[in-house]
Write a protein that binds this ligand. Sequence first.
Ligand SMILES: *[C@@H]1O[C@H](CO)[C@@H](O)[C@H](O)[C@H]1NC(C)=O
Ligand SMILES: *[C@@H]1O[C@H](CO)[C@@H](O)[C@H](O)[C@H]1NC(C)=O
Ligand SMILES: *[C@@H]1O[C@H](CO)[C@@H](O)[C@H](O)[C@H]1NC(C)=O
Ligand SMILES: *[C@@H]1O[C@H](CO)[C@@H](O)[C@H](O)[C@H]1NC(C)=O
Ligand SMILES: *[C@@H]1O[C@H](CO)[C@@H](O)[C@H](O)[C@H]1NC(C)=O
Length: 747
Amino acid sequence: KQKSYSLTSPLPADLLSTNRSSIFSGHHGQLTLTSVFLDEYRDRLFLGGKDVLYSLMLGPTSTESKELYWPPLPGNRENCIQTGKDPQTDCANFVRLLQPYNRTHLLACGTGAFQPMCAFVYVGHRGEHVFTIDPVNVENGRGKVPHDPSFRFASTFRGGELYTGLTADFLGRDSVIFRSMGGRSTMRTETDQKLLHDPKFIAAHVIPDNDDRDDDKVYFFFTEKASEPGDREGAIHTRVGRVCANDVGGQRVLVNKWSTFIKARLVCSVPGPHGIDTHFNQLEDVFLLRTKDERNPDVYAIFSTISNVFQGFAVCVYRMADIREAFNGPFAHKEGPDYQWGAYEGRVPYPRPGVCPSKITNQPGREFGSTKDFPDSVLQFARSHPLMWRPVFPALRRPVLVQANIPHKLQQIVVDRVEAEDGHYDVMFIGTNVGTVLKVITIQNGNSLETEEVTLEELHVFKQAIYVGSPAGVAQVKLHRCETYGKACAECCLARDPYCAWDGFTCAQYTPNNKRRYRRQGIRHGNPALQCVDQNLSDVDVTEDDVVYGTENNSTFLECVPRSPQASVSWLVQRDDRKEEVKLDDRVMATEQGLLFRHLLHEDEGVYICRSREHGFSQTLVRLSLQVLQGDAVDELMSRDNAGFSDSIKERSAGSYRAWMPCTAYRSGTSSHSRLWFKDIVQMIGPSNLPHVEEYCERMWCNDKLRRKHKSMLEKYRQAQESARKARSKSSGERNRMPRDLKARDV
Ligand SMILES: *[C@@H]1O[C@H](CO)[C@@H](O)[C@H](O)[C@H]1NC(C)=O
Ligand SMILES: *[C@@H]1O[C@H](CO)[C@@H](O)[C@H](O)[C@H]1NC(C)=O
Ligand SMILES: *[C@@H]1O[C@H](CO)[C@@H](O)[C@H](O)[C@H]1NC(C)=O
Ligand SMILES: *[C@@H]1O[C@H](CO)[C@@H](O)[C@H](O)[C@H]1NC(C)=O
Ligand SMILES: *[C@@H]1O[C@H](CO)[C@@H](O)[C@H](O)[C@H]1NC(C)=O
């Protein structure tokens, strides 16, 4: 479950200065982090930086680190400076690639002051903490990492061979897909804008097609300048391209060049007004969510679009079946420069370009042992038709997440799949350029096309589990912080975090037992009162409204911030048992933090109720009794300095923005406000909405064991209530009618 990735911006200083997280900043303070490899087998974290490599042994209590100094080869730094490059940001060995090589060694490659170089790092076996490099025995790193430390590139390792997509020359013009190392001769793409047009490589992955290793394909995710019609000059498109792992090029043409390279467009768009879709064309990051079926991982991708009117980010998910279908479909074709693009309708030579020579693809009597046996006509066709006609659309044809006009950029994504009986929840961790990590799930509603997204929390940096890197350092981030979801059972439920469950006392990490995993669906007879019956609900009616004082003609503020970022807030005011919506105008304004009275009038007095609404659930967050004081009354109160009374009034009156009244606080009269919070949920949603909450809670974290426990507690509770009722009125006419239709008052 642990994945690593790096952000490109510094961690916020406050995180580095607190004890809340475990942060590694290198042995000399500033770690210029440029690569990360989390070795789950060895429980080690390997980091590459500027002229340096680190190995961190991840123990349960402490982290032991070792450092290796790895500068450019002698003379290269000076040469680099002489060519006019920056000594600080260019002319050092920035380690860009860290890959497991064999059982004892890692492959490390760095920019070597614009002279890329690679070396094998001895890391030993599992359990031992060794870390050495032979600084003399280095290999040329050309084609393995870019010369320029700021250029993006993609790489993947398979069978001792390294596949890379990058610019492989000093000037940064030679954009290629390379295969190097291992025993075979080096392969590359031809220099041709049809194949790659100013590409920016984002990710590379080996994905098998079937059990025949000869059919394994290497996929590249990148952006390039668009060549298709209907796009303005310089438009960028995102592509998925692939080559066969057993491609060895042609015999007479395409010697040592890819003969199986094909590519298709990845579309990520949302329908807009007037039938014009908003396209997210710029690929930012890709995460391959591997499943048991190694042939069919889900491809998660972050896209951006930046225009004068709109700046947005989207996450789209692609299925391998859809990607393969595009590659099996027609080739894009253009008769000549003045013709339109269309689907190629002529005869496609055999073997079809993009197909690997293998047992499965061979037809009897027409067998090809290697791409060198391919007829010239196949190679010519492959060379002139690299692009597929049909694009690849995301699952459900729409993004799973869209964020528009936000103050930060979404840059990195990792996804954790939490399995459940009724399917799974994919929890996305999205790194932003301001050093935060968003944790988001999407919930699909039945079979409909609609998905709803829930931002669980915006993580800053905390402990364990996901490793967040930035140039300043590396931090561990816990996958969940269940304890922050409040202290009530219902809060835990409504937090909807698949990692969390109510354990009877707190909202805690859910650890599935081996036999039975979470039950989230299928049980329709629970309800939150059932789920949360171990809350002491007998005193829920004891509530007093907190009193807020304001002064006439002055401003005052009623604070109310919803717990969840998705909730919408409304204000009601109650006077003489009549509830109505608060009329908003220039004088009374709803802000994100609460209700602002710029000029308080006597008739504003009343009980103000702040309600949040989200996914059909309403709840009261705050009930405040606003009392308007005359000027002289205030003076009198202020001048009284006996008792805490006047302090509390000072604090609360006259435009105070102090957070003395957070949403959950019901301080007066009760010790536990969480109970009241729960009561409010039940009260506000009313009996008719209970099934929704029920269903919801069931789906979220109701396992059988917990349910049985709750059931027996509910039984006891019923009995207690029943005997109390009997004791009160000796009449027994009313039998056990406990409650599908629990009413708040009854609770
Ligand atoms: C941070 O942790 C260290 C070591 O555990 C401790 O000595 C120090 O007092 C802590 N600082 C704060 C602000 O809690
Ligand atoms: C791993 O590769 C390195 C570098 O080629 C080599 O020296 C070492 O012997 C290899 N180790 C094993 C276990 O194959
Ligand atoms: C529940 O509340 C009642 C009334 O306030 C109290 O008598 C009882 O001890 C409480 N039970 C628990 C388990 O807290
Ligand atoms: C509030 O303002 C009104 C009109 O501006 C004035 O008549 C009234 O006396 C003021 N009240 C106080 C308490 O200052
Ligand atoms: C109005 O509120 C401000 C800020 O709290 C305070 O300084 C001022 O004295 C108040 N005016 C009156 C008339 O109460």
